[in-house]
Design a protein around this ligand. Structure first.
Ligand SMILES: CC(C)(COP(=O)(O)OP(=O)(O)OC[C@H]1O[C@@H](n2cnc3c(N)ncnc32)[C@H](O)[C@@H]1OP(=O)(O)O)[C@@H](O)C(=O)NCCC(=O)NCCS
Length: 170
């Protein structure tokens, strides 16, 4: 049932039936304050369909994260397509009740390992809101390198940008 498993977590494709659990993070203003704000149920159901198709087409996605002992998802972690076709962008969002347990780091490590098996992707990128110091420290812990500030036209702000080279190109 899970695409990836860690000691405490199971990661799988998101489903429409997860919507109630999804709204505890993507629909929550506190969780999404540095990530474009909370979404409506309608918007997040479209995201579920998008991520199901992304997995079928590209072999990677943003996944639902379950605590193995719980039968519901507590967060999402995985990849959006990057600007370059050989690039993916790491994201992670967890319901507030599950912060501070090392889950984001544990889930991201499993996702990165899984991505190593996707031939088309050579580079991982990530950006964080300058106020989101927890997220920046997770990226550094995972082995991302700080690349400099990058302008985000949709957000109208500069954000620290991070990169991890998965496969060196010849
Ligand atoms: C960012 C986020 C995913 C972190 O999740 P998490 O599971 O708590 O992260 P981890 O526990 O793996 O690691 C976070 C680090 O910050 C620390 N930390 C976590 N929550 C903290 C808090 N509220 N205050 C202080 N430190 C905190 C942890 O102790 C850990 O540090 P350590 O490895 O030195 O012990 C979570 O806070 C979240 O969903 N935030 C909202 C969404 C978001 O900002 N996503 C990132 C942008 S895409």
């Amino acid at each position: 049932m899970f695409l990836m498993e860690t000691e405490r977590l199971g990661l799988r494709l998101l489903e429409s039936a997860d919507i109630e659990a999804i709204m505890t993070f993507w629909g929550n203003e506190v969780v999404m304050r540095y990530c474009g704000g909370a979404g409506s149920e309608e918007r997040e159901l479209r995201a579920v369909l998008y991520y199901q198709n992304l997995f079928l087409q590209r072999g990677f996605s943003v996944y639902g994260v379950q605590e193995k002992s719980l039968n519901r998802i507590i967060g999402a972690c995985g990849f959006n397509p990057g600007e370059r076709t050989d690039e993916a962008e790491l994201i992670y969002h967890f319901a507030e009740a599950y912060w501070g347990k090392g889950y984001a780091t544990e889930a991201a490590k499993a996702c990165i390992e899984h991505l190593l098996g996707v031939n088309s992707i050579n580079r991982l990128i990530a950006s964080v809101d300058p106020r989101n110091t927890i997220s920046a420290s997770i990226l550094e812990k995972l082995g991302f390198a700080y690349e400099g500030m990058k302008w985000h036209d949709d957000l109208k702000q500069e954000e620290p940008s991070y990169v991890m080279v998965l496969k060196e190109q010849l």
